[in-house]
Write a new protein. Structure first.
Length: 476
């Protein structure tokens, strides 16, 4: 939900969170399968404390720099919580019941996705945006306390003790720096391209070249690192891992873009408040939760999992095409129906790759396998949101030349979606709204492409019963 009046700060804060989350998620996930069981339990608590600390820093931030730092620290904590939740579920449940537990996690996320923006919007309007961060303190503290009291790592995941030097080497600092640098280069190129710098400018080209060079260097470094690598080659070669990761990259990218830009559509085109736009998102989230839990229960009973990825991919591709048709004056029945279809497709399949990969992973590989897939999803969400924003803003600037030539594009792009109807009126408002509508179409065109690319990757995954006896060596 976009309620911040300075969109640039909002975007930078999101990037601080997402970059930190994406880059550190994989290695902290490995620690969750790490060097001894007590370390596992301690690290989960540390992740929760990082999130709480980051929220506190953001809440009291006196300037934008401090806000970004706070968001980055929260992202560092979230990078461990995300794989930690799935790993705890895998260890706490019998193998045949993992899908159900994963479905419950999905439902919890769906409820939070509805309540979070609504509560945040209410706090921002009724009190202050700072309370969006303050409220995380008791919630995060309670969650960490419950895990501390109730969860004990199974002895099956305990591996040989390692000296501190070995633990630090397993952090793979080279890959961490290269990944963060590559993502930063690409995100900045997407942010600058066509907006503050021309796409053929030396700045944008240099950033894109830097991205390519860092990715190539990262691949070479990971092969050389072997078992110490952030993306362990041995694990990445497993079909259930690389296919699930690639599928999750595009699928999560499309999902987060849809979840992010539907409220912007409602606020800018239909002139509704941030809270009302969140309410209008409820059909998607409710159906997401129902489908997630339903597919989890079905997988538990039948052991059939991968087909849900294929079916979900087809459904969300169709839904993305329908969402592309959203325009000025679209009826309520249409946008509700489109969201129900999209929520069903996303809920049906989003959690399935984790279930499939965990079913064929050895206990010692459970945490890193889970973390790699969540890492791919996180990076996909970050990059596709950046790509969508770039396409959205570029299209608005391009269309304004025809729809509202007297309006300064910088004024429009620097204005939040909720303020468009307040700052403009008459013919200018009509032109700005039409430009926004075209920008939204570009966003959903990107989701169509992302959803379509998930179809072949779903067919590449392992089609086997996940309830069958686990392979002793974890190979897939």
């Amino acid at each position: 939900m976009r309620t911040c009046s300075i969109d640039v700060l909002d975007v930078l804060g999101d990037w601080g969170f997402n970059l930190s989350d994406s880059v550190h998620l994989r290695k902290l996930g490995e620690f969750h399968g790490g060097f001894d069981t007590r370390f596992f339990e301690n690290f989960i608590e540390m992740d929760g404390l990082r999130c709480v600390l980051g929220s506190l820093i953001a809440a009291v931030a006196p300037n934008s720099t401090t806000l970004i730092v706070g968001r980055a620290i929260s992202g560092l904590g979230a990078s461990g919580i995300a794989p930690g939740v799935y790993t705890i579920s895998a260890f706490a449940a019998e193998p045949t019941k993992r899908a159900t537990y994963t479905g419950v996690i999905g439902v919890s996320y769906g409820v939070a996705a509805v309540c979070g923006p609504l509560i945040g919007g209410g706090l921002t309007k009724g009190a202050s945006w700072r309370w969006c961060f303050y409220i995380n303190l008791p919630i995060g503290g309670l969650a960490a306390f419950v895990i501390l009291l109730t969860f004990k790592t199974p002895k099956a995941v305990k591996v040989a003790q390692a000296p501190l030097k070995e633990k630090l080497l397993h952090m793979d600092p080279i890959a961490t720096v290269l990944t963060m640098g590559a993502l930063a280069c690409l995100l900045l190129a997407l942010q600058f391209g066509g907006i503050t710098h021309a796409w053929d400018s030396s700045v944008v080209i240099g950033l894109l070249v830097g991205f390519v060079v860092m990715v190539i260097t990262l691949i070479i470094a990971e092969i050389w690192q072997g078992e110490r690598a952030m993306l362990t080659p041995r694990i990445m070669r497993k079909r259930t891992v690389w296919a699930s990761s690639a599928w999750g990259f595009f699928f999560a990218g499309a999902y987060f873009v849809t979840l992010y830009y539907l409220p912007i559509y409602f606020q800018s085109i239909d002139n509704v408040s941030p809270i009302d736009s969140g309410v209008r998102n409820i059909p998607l989230i409710i159906m997401f939760g129902i489908a997630t839990y339903g597919s989890g229960r079905a997988i538990t009973k039948t052991g059939i999992a991968t087909p849900y990825m294929a079916v979900g991919s087809v459904i969300v591709t169709i839904a993305a095409g329908l969402l592309y048709t959203l325009d000025i004056g679209t009826s309520t029945g249409r946008w509700v129906g489109y969201q129900i279809l999209a929520g069903f497709g996303y809920g049906l399949a989003l959690q399935v790759p984790v279930v499939v990969a965990q079913a064929f992973a050895a206990p010692s590989d459970m945490a890193p396998t889970t973390a790699i897939i969540i890492f791919a999803r996180s990076v996909g969400g970050t990059l596709f949101l950046a790509a969508a924003q770039s396409g959205f803003v570029n299209q608005i600037v391009h269309k304004l030349a025809n729809t509202a030539p007297s309006v300064n594009p910088a004024l429009v792009t620097g204005t939040g979606a909720t303020d468009v109807h307040r700052l403009f009126s008459g013919a200018e408002l009509d032109g700005v709204v039409r430009a926004y509508a075209w920008g939204i179409k570009v966003v959903f065109a990107i989701t169509i492409a992302a959803c379509g690319l998930t179809v072949p990757f779903s067919l590449c995954n392992k089609w086997a019963n996940v309830n069958a006896k686990k392979l002793s060596d974890g190979s897939a």
